[in-house]
Design a binder for this molecule. Structure first.
Ligand SMILES: CC(=O)N[C@H]1[C@@H](OP(=O)(O)OP(=O)(O)OC[C@H]2O[C@@H](n3ccc(=O)[nH]c3=O)[C@H](O)[C@@H]2O)O[C@H](CO)[C@@H](O)[C@@H]1O
Ligand SMILES: C=C(OP(=O)(O)O)C(=O)O
Length: 418
């Protein structure tokens, strides 16, 4: 099993190209199921989750051509409406085929994603919304079976929790439904706006994406698209935190500052100088003091849960105490015991991590448990004294493109070992 070996050393310096966002790319790829015409996506990151999505689309009968960061999907001849357990279990976002398949083909069978390291992550909101649109849904033997007689019907759907995935699934189902769908208490993440922009370029009528009230006027058919995937705000944030922790200066190119406002505000509060331009963000921590910050995760535009672990690592080495509170997932502090093994002084109290700061981290063998937990261990390794060996990095490969190469180019001593 592959691992990352990191030797803590000096500041990160230089510039890094940010990849397309995993969380934008996955729903966009699934949206290609809504049309018989080819869809071309560019700025698609080379990630394990993208590969899983393309495998799933091929399993359903779609044609897939992939060169560099460009992917062309032709879902004009879908022959199978089943998303099997062996693919869904490796990537929860597989549930996003449910809405498009049901809307376009009137039927779909998708394995239940099940729980995962960070929490139970049920899909009740996805299913309740589709039922409101006229679908009949059965859950049996670990599979969701959804059917509709004729077209889905537009509906007013209030979601009692803010869910990114449910908003995306229901938005994709609604674009081909008959009549108007209104999604209330919708998620407002930038990736939802990216999906709505792409759907509109295919002929859909979606308004209000980026607000908590999305209106979708159903159409009878969609055409193909050519769409460039939004930059990855979580990858960007991870590099900015790494630059801050190492006292370096890093410029993230091909980044989107408007998607990262809460994170940039916290980095400035922590003492970093952050400057932004049209498609870049630069963080300078040279000669400055890193201070702990208090954080509470929340749906966008609040502080993203996917940046929580990285800030726990940051607070561990910063001056003073910082309290990090997780409100989205019930079990998203798996990185804490591993960071403690590296010497971080953190106390877990209910859904908060109280980071005492000023820790002199030392390298250790640590275990990645989920995607962002892995990222926090890697950036802790960059500032630790001695060698850190991060095991189970297949989690990291789900969401970070060439992380060791990108960090290496900024001066980090990091390599992949078997
Ligand atoms: C591929 C992708 O885009 N993944 C992101 C997406 O995941 P995902 O879309 O799975 O996360 P959700 O926004 O749906 O989850 C938010 C909360 O709602 C709960 N919930 C969700 C659906 C549901 O039917 N019932 C329910 O109770 C979840 O358990 C969780 O506690 O948003 C999360 C929250 O920003 C991010 O951490 C993930 O990186
Ligand atoms: C939790 C994450 O992703 P997923 O929803 O794909 O598990 C993440 O990107 O941090």
């Amino acid at each position: 099993m592959e691992k990352l070996l990191i030797q803590g050393n000096g500041p990160l310096l230089g510039s890094v190209q940010i990849s397309g966002a995993k969380n934008a790319a996955l729903p966009l790829l699934m949206a290609s199921l809504l049309t018989d015409e080819p869809c071309t996506f560019t700025n698609v990151p080379a990630l394990r989750d993208v590969k899983t999505s393309l495998d799933l689309l091929q399993r359903l009968g779609a044609g897939v051509k992939s060169t560099g960061d460009k992917v062309i999907i032709d879902a004009g001849h879908i022959s199978n409406l089943v998303a099997p357990y062996e693919l869904v279990k490796t990537m929860r976002a597989s549930i996003l085929v449910l809405g498009p398949l049901l809307a376009k083909h009137g039927e779909a069978q998708v394995s239940l994603p099940g729980g995962c390291a960070i929490g139970a992550r049920p899909v009740n909101l996805h299913l309740a919304g589709l039922e409101r649109m006229g679908a009949e849904i059965d859950v049996d033997a670990g599979y969701i079976t959804a059917r509709v007689n004729g077209r889905l019907q537009g509906a007013r759907i209030f979601m009692d929790m803010v869910s990114v995935g449910a908003t995306e699934n229901l938005m994709m189902a609604a674009v081909l439904a008959e009549g108007e769908t209104i999604l209330e208490n919708a998620a407002r993440e930038p990736e939802i706006v990216d999906l709505a922009d792409c759907l509109n370029s295919m002929g859909a009528k979606v308004t209000g994406a980026g607000t908590d009230n999305i209106r979708i006027q159903g159409v009878s058919a969609l055409k193909g698209c050519a769409h460039s995937v939004l930059p990855d705000r979580i990858e960007t944030g991870t590099f900015l935190v790494a630059a801050a922790m190492t006292g370096g200066k890093v410029r993230c190119e091909k980044a989107a500052a408007h998607t990262l406002e809460a994170v940039i505000a916290k980095l400035r509060e922590a003492g970093a100088e952050v400057t932004t331009g049209q498609d870049w963000i630069e963080l300078d921590m040279q000669g400055r003091t890193l201070s702990s910050v208090n954080i509470k995760t929340a749906p966008h535009p609040g502080f993203p849960t996917d940046m929580q672990a990285q800030f726990v690592a940051l607070n561990s080495v910063a001056q003073g105490t910082g309290v990090v509170t997780e409100t989205i997932f019930e079990n998203r502090f798996m990185h804490v015991p591993e960071l403690q093994r590296m010497g971080a002084r953190i106390d877990l109290e209910a859904n908060s991590a109280v980071c005492r700061g000023n820790s002199a981290l030392t390298g250790a063998q640590v275990m990645a448990t989920d995607l962002r937990a892995s990222a926090s261990l890697v950036i802790a390794g960059l500032v630790a004294e001695g060698e850190t060996l991060v095991d189970r990095i297949y989690h990291l490969d789900r969401g970070y493109e060439k992380i060791e190469i990108k960090l290496g180019a900024l001066g980090a001593k990091i390599r992949r070992v078997n």
